[in-house]
Design a protein around this ligand. Structure first.
Ligand code: ADP
Ligand code: MG
Length: 137
């Protein structure tokens, strides 16, 4: 599936829609795409769709942030600065893949060797100043 959003709100709405469709957990959502392609914007919408009230910002400097859900946690990871999957494993990555949790990962291609088989992959592309393409693979 492929969609083109025309402003950041549409990208947030796409994330919100996906969040509302999530029926089974744990789920890993892997986001690929360059800086500015809309990954964090999409995740803000997902968080809103899951009822998270806090403001989601990019966790680039801390790698991983955690937000409470009714029966688990919403984890937001950003692997931009990572060189290997081991850094994420050292944070206890394997233990967070458990029922009740949703795990969304920016620059997920950097740690693809440790992601579950059923990971949902989304590819983000910058088309022009306001348009972004989001494609599932
Ligand atoms: P990434 O996390 O992929 O680096 P961000 O979501 O942080 O990207 O940044 C996207 C930037 O592009 C934001 O400043 C946002 O306002 C802007 N933008 C413009 N049009 C769009 C769009 N259609 N979708 C998402 N972001 C957009
Ligand atoms: Mg980002």
């Amino acid at each position: 599936m492929k969609i083109i959003t025309k402003n950041y709100e549409e990208t947030q709405q796409a994330g919100e829609l996906l969040a509302k469709e999530i029926k089974k957990t744990p789920l890993v959502v892997a986001l690929e795409g360059d800086l500015g392609a809309g990954k964090t914007t999409f995740i803000q919408g997902m968080a809103r769709g899951m009822g998270i009230k806090e403001q989601i910002t990019s966790p680039t400097f801390v790698i991983m942030k955690r937000y409470g859900l009714s029966d688990g946690f919403f984890y937001h990871l950003d692997c931009y600065r990572l060189n290997s999957s081991k850094d994420v494993l050292d944070l206890g990555f394997k233990e967070i893949i458990r029922p009740g949790n949703i795990i969304v990962i920016e620059w997920a291609e950097k740690i693809k060797d440790i992601l579950p088989e059923n990971t949902l992959w989304l590819k983000f592309e910058y088309l022009d100043k306001d348009r972004r393409e989001i494609e599932t693979r």
